[in-house]
Design a protein around this ligand. Structure first.
Ligand code: ZN
Length: 203
């Protein structure tokens, strides 16, 4: 396993989110009212603003990094960047799911810095997501932009839409995998497991 060191530029400024703050705050207040709560009382008067602030922060999508190869020494050994933490919001329930992504690629002679996979994970984890699509998008982007011989992405995440609900007899974490190119053979040799998406099963 080889690990390349990064000389990539620092993260670009987050992409601008089209946010209609007042409309969003009114909608949260309406939701609270519809749920039988009083958004005009002391207790909840600041909640709509806080919810919109938190959601807009979480949905902001950082730009994808420019591809810059930092090593042209001809390396063809598997490069792994493991345990990349991420957090995202499930588009089915508007609740967070969070975990780690493990990214590996088989270079065709050129290596990128370690920060590149980290930033690719951050990009595709942001916004409203589902874990399977996020895993595929990370693998597709790396395969198309790094021109490696193969890419493997494994994502492990806990889904709060299940764990918050206290459904103790069901799994609340999920592992998804996506393999491209020469690493695709791994996909057939490793079962996708018995895991089902706990979020999909949540009503
Ligand atoms: Zn969910």
């Amino acid at each position: 396993m080889a690990v390349a060191h990064s000389s990539l530029a620092p993260s670009a400024a987050p992409a601008e989110v089209k946010l209609r703050r007042e409309t969003a705050e009114r909608a949260v207040a309406d939701l609270l009212r519809a749920l039988g709560e009083d958004p005009d009382g002391d207790r909840l008067s600041k909640t709509p603003r806080r919810v919109v602030e938190t959601l807009s922060e979480a949905l902001r999508r950082p730009e994808l990094p420019p591809v810059s190869f930092v090593d042209h020494s001809g390396s063809r050994e598997l490069v792994e960047v493991s345990g990349i933490p991420f957090r995202s919001i499930c588009e089915h329930h508007l609740l967070p799911f969070h975990g780690v992504a493990h990214v590996g690629y088989l270079p065709d002679g050129r290596l990128v810095g370690v920060s590149l996979p980290v930033r690719v994970v951050e990009h595709f984890a942001s916004g409203l997501q589902i874990q399977e699509r996020m895993t595929d998008e990370i693998a597709d982007w790396l395969f198309q932009n790094l021109h490696p011989r193969g890419v493997g992405v494994v994502v492990e995440a806990e889904h709060l839409c299940m764990s918050f609900r206290g459904i103790g007899d069901r799994a609340t974490s999920l592992r998804t995998r996506a393999f491209r190119g020469d690493l695709r053979t791994l996909e057939s040799s490793q079962s996708r497991g018995t895991e089902e998406d706990p979020c999909q099963r949540a009503p």
